[in-house]
Design a protein around this ligand. Structure first.
Ligand SMILES: NC(=O)C1=CN([C@@H]2O[C@H](COP(=O)(O)OP(=O)(O)OC[C@H]3O[C@@H](n4cnc5c(N)ncnc54)[C@H](OP(=O)(O)O)[C@@H]3O)[C@@H](O)[C@H]2O)[C@@H](O)CC1
Ligand SMILES: Nc1ncnc2c1ncn2[C@@H]1O[C@H](COP(=O)(O)OP(=O)(O)O)[C@@H](O)[C@H]1O
Length: 257
């Protein structure tokens, strides 16, 4: 794991470290954007660019965020996009992001709004991060069917969408598009079952994609760090998703020290 995590070289600058774009949030769910940005800021990219209607909320909490008024295509260069957390029904933004020739992480509403063929024809990597309910909707089955056969579900989704799929739950499974072994992450804790913790994970994984990790490595490393951060944050007591994000640096140090 330590070898996977990006570290700035002596001559690094913010652009060489990678810029991650976050297209998330809505009038109803501005918090999902804030939480995705909170994960992205701790994931190794040199800058986080935010696109969407929650710019004021994002800036109030994280003034280092580069907020753009334009849509994804005109927001400035990024090395990876995260699209979907709390995004409501903004299908146009999801479609626009899927046209970008950089890695894209699809989460939450982004999973529901993405055209299957638009995902399948992408040439840059796609990382999809459903929980069991979202995976069931994508496969057209009941949630219980996914929960009873999680390994088969993650493999099938990866094959159908020609994408890397990270299936969230008590353990996290990561399957690449070409078949082969599925990675299992078990660093998490049931205290992570709290609203918004998936939004933190998507920002973190997107940031690792922007820093240059492949989709399977970005998903696996994000799940590992997120699980550990959840343990450090909770330490036997209930916590909110923002607490998890704030402990990611400690999880990172735990891996690299
Ligand atoms: N701070 C923010 O801004 C946050 C904003 N967020 C944003 O909210 C939006 C909705 O995303 P979500 O994944 O939370 O819910 P949703 O897709 O509707 O359902 C998923 C599955 O859950 C289940 N289910 C639902 N209710 C249940 C219940 N009471 N008790 C038990 N089960 C229940 C339901 O299963 P079913 O019962 O239908 O079989 C379904 O399979 C999305 O935009 C997200 O990004 C979140 O990220 C959180 C933080
Ligand atoms: N029982 C559990 N044990 C360990 N991790 C869990 C458990 N339940 C949920 N998680 C983790 O918490 C996160 C929840 O994400 P998600 O379902 O997308 O919630 P939200 O949409 O509210 O952000 C995922 O990373 C998932 O793997």
């Amino acid at each position: 794991m330590a070898r996977l995590l990006p570290a700035p070289a002596a001559e690094s600058d913010k652009y060489r470290r990678g810029v991650v774009g976050i297209a998330a949030g809505s009038a109803r769910y501005p918090g999902a954007a804030v939480l995705a940005v909170s994960g992205a800021l701790r994931g190794g990219a040199g800058a986080v660019r935010y696109v969407g209607p929650a710019g004021d909320a994002v800036l109030a909490r994280f003034p280092e965020t580069l907020v753009s008024d334009a849509g994804p295509a005109k927001a400035g260069r990024v090395q990876a996009w995260v699209v979907g957390p709390g995004a409501g029904d903004d299908a146009a933004t999801v479609a626009e992001v899927l046209e970008a020739d950089v890695p894209v992480l699809l989460d939450a509403d982004g999973l529901r709004l993405a055209e299957r063929d638009a995902v399948r024809r992408r040439t840059a990597p796609t990382l999809m991060t459903p929980h069991a309910g979202e995976a069931a909707a994508l496969l057209g089955v009941r949630r219980e069917e996914v929960e009873d056969a999680r390994l088969a579900a993650v493999r099938e989704l990866a094959a159908v969408y020609r994408a890397t799929v990270l299936l969230k739950g008590s353990t996290t499974l990561v399957a690449g598009p070409g078949g082969g072994p599925v990675r299992v992450n078990a660093t998490g804790t049931p205290w992570l079952a709290t609203a918004g913790s998936g939004d933190v994970l998507s920002g973190l994984a997107g940031s690792l994609l922007a820093a240059g990790l492949g989709a399977v490595d970005a998903g696996s490393a994000a799940a590992y760090l997120h699980g550990l951060a959840g343990r450090f944050a909770a330490d036997g007591a209930p916590v909110g998703a923002h607490d998890v994000a704030s402990r990611i640096p400690e999880a990172w140090r735990d891996v690299t020290d």
